[in-house]
Design a binder for this molecule. Structure first.
Ligand SMILES: [Zn+2]
Length: 102
């Protein structure tokens, strides 16, 4: 998975195209990510006891193929490459500015 929790991503497909938000959760099994404020659905909740029925808004995860990582340096949605850095760990490199994306 090239997208991690707390990454800033841009939605490039679907009804929320153009929207940007922070990744709240990554679901590696389904290749989906949950993004703050993106893909919000309204759920009607049935009345319980004394309280009336209400509408709950919640985000649903979207496919990782529909988002692009926004570079932390140049602030542009960027394709990334993986580079092994000094200590042997892998870093994501922005293909626009060639900086490491944190
Ligand atoms: Zn960049």
């Amino acid at each position: 998975m090239k997208i991690k929790k707390n990454d800033n991503v841009l939605v490039i497909k679907g009804k929320d195209k153009g929207r940007q938000g922070e990744v709240q959760r990554v679901l590696p099994g389904t290749q989906k990510v949950l993004i703050e404020g993106v893909n919000i659905v309204k759920r009607h909740r049935k009345a319980q006891g004394m309280s009336g029925a209400d509408i709950v808004e919640k985000e649903l995860p979207i496919s990782i193929a529909n988002v692009m990582l926004v570079c932390t340096h140049c602030q542009k949605p960027s394709k990334t490459s993986i580079r092994v850095i000094g200590d042997g760990s892998k870093a994501r490199i922005c293909k626009i500015c060639e900086e490491v994306i944190e």
